[in-house]
Design a protein around this ligand. Structure first.
Ligand code: APR
Ligand code: PHB
Length: 394
């Protein structure tokens, strides 16, 4: 068994784990990260691509914003539409904040490079990760490294940034933890296509056939989604069928608007659920990002929530480890959960407003709600405020 000692042992090298190790290092706090997958796998995973105003600010302040400002795109709003109508909701005009289109894949690459340049200790391709003695001042993480050797990492604090399938959330005893879950009766079929986006801002479209979203990754790569039934096999969606459904649902031909199809380079089905586990701290174990909460992708809050958690947790751990000041660490779970529940509500609200479920009564309510959101200042303001992101601690 090889032994390592550090101040903070981090499980998971997704955006939450990498950003936490980065922010801690900036304040001189040492950490070791263990990750189940390879670095290539982590950096190739395709996820959402919208950064809220506060996420951009945090990445800038951490010195991670250079490529984001060069290759990302600032968006001032979104389109909300239903058959026959398309409305622009302008975040900048309404709440003075914009969002950025910049793939999570890119954020992870920027973080990976910065951590490598800093000499961060990251063990990729580990197995059998387990966390121990969380109630004590000497918690630890054990795993088997990529060469098959047993590793033990002794730390002052363990942070679970290990997503929804990692071991950390389950390490909180059942008597202590509480969970909330909503599984939605539909999924998203997502595609990446080598074609210039057919829109300047993202289009969120309600349609009787189901929701559709036109997003993008760059000036030459589009990202689009279709609502599909749970359990859908991608094989049943050949490229032509996908483009035809997108054209119908996104309103090809409506007021002269055209959807330009192109070669599809990636296709996958994403299930949709909401999940929250509390508390986000148990003894010397802290949870951040998907390890504590999952949102459905409508509204693109997942990555932003992970960044907000870490933005609270890093100064809390610095105060705890450097000054023995426990106040921020004690407040972490409650403070983070305020934003978690706000985003959980917003993601649920966007999801249930835009996805059809076959119930004709619900359809009429959705259309009425869409008309109100797009047509009234109060409605549009609420969407803009939540989409562009509320301040941490709201
Ligand atoms: N041991 C080590 N690492 C693990 C283990 C384990 N047993 N189990 C999971 N992991 C790793 C995963 O391989 C993954 O790289 O933890 C990491 C968790 O990363 P993410 O799932 O990306 O979660 P997070 O960093 O919280 O980022 C949240 O990612 O899934 C999206 O919608 C989500 O955009 C949001 C963001
Ligand atoms: C994406 O670009 O992947 C995306 C954008 C907006 C969403 C969800 C996903 O609401």
């Amino acid at each position: 068994m090889s032994g390592m000692r550090t101040e903070v042992a981090i499980v998971g090298a997704g955006p939450a784990g990498l950003l936490l190790s980065h922010l801690l290092a900036q304040d001189g706090v040492d950490s070791v990260v263990v990750e189940r997958q390879s670095r290539q796998h982590v950096e190739a995973r395709i996820r959402a691509g919208i950064l809220e105003h506060s996420t951009v600010q945090l990445l800038d302040a951490a010195g991670l914003g250079e490529r984001l400002h060069r290759d990302g795109f600032e968006h001032r709003g979104i389109y909300l539409q239903w058959p026959g109508e398309r409305h622009h909701i302008d975040f900048l005009d309404r709440v003075g904040r914009s969002v950025w289109v910049y793939g999570q894949t890119q954020v992870t690459k920027d973080l990976g490079r910065a951590r490598e340049a800093d000499g961060q200790r990251i063990l990729y391709e580990v197995s059998q990760t387990a966390v121990h003695d969380l109630e004590s001042d000497t918690p630890s993480v054990t795993c088997v490294d990529r060469d098959g050797a047993d590793v033990r990492i002794d730390a002052a604090v363990v942070v679970g940034c290990d997503g929804s399938f990692g071991p950390c959330r389950a390490a909180v005893p059942e008597a202590v933890r509480r969970t909330w879950e909503r599984v939605y009766p539909y999924s998203w079929l997502g595609i990446l296509a080598d074609v210039a986006p057919s829109t300047d801002d993202l289009i969120y479209a309600w349609h009787p056939d189901g929701f559709a979203l036109h997003s993008m990754r760059s000036a030459i790569v589009s990202r689009l989604y279709l609502q599909v039934p749970n359990g859908t096999d991608v094989e049943t969606w050949p490229d032509d069928r996908i483009w035809a459904a997108l054209a119908t649902r996104l309103g090809h031909g409506q007021d002269g608007w055209q959807l330009t199809p192109g070669p599809i380079t990636e296709k996958s089905v994403l299930p949709m659920r909401s999940y929250v586990q509390t508390p986000m701290r148990y003894g010397n174990l802290f949870l951040a990002g998907d390890a504590a909460h999952i949102v459905p992708p409508t509204g693109a809050k997942g990555l932003n929530l992970a960044v907000a958690d870490v933005g609270l947790l890093a100064p809390a751990l610095v105060a705890l480890l450097r000054k023995k000041d426990t106040a921020l660490a004690e407040a972490y779970s409650d403070t983070a959960l305020r934003r978690v529940w706000r985003c959980t509500h917003f993601s649920w609200w966007m999801t249930t407003m835009l996805h059809t479920n076959g119930d004709p009564f619900d359809e009429q309510l959705q259309l009425s709600q869409l008309r109100w959101v797009a047509g009234s200042d109060a409605g549009a303001q609420g969407l803009a405020e939540n989409y562009a992101g509320l301040p941490i601690g709201f």
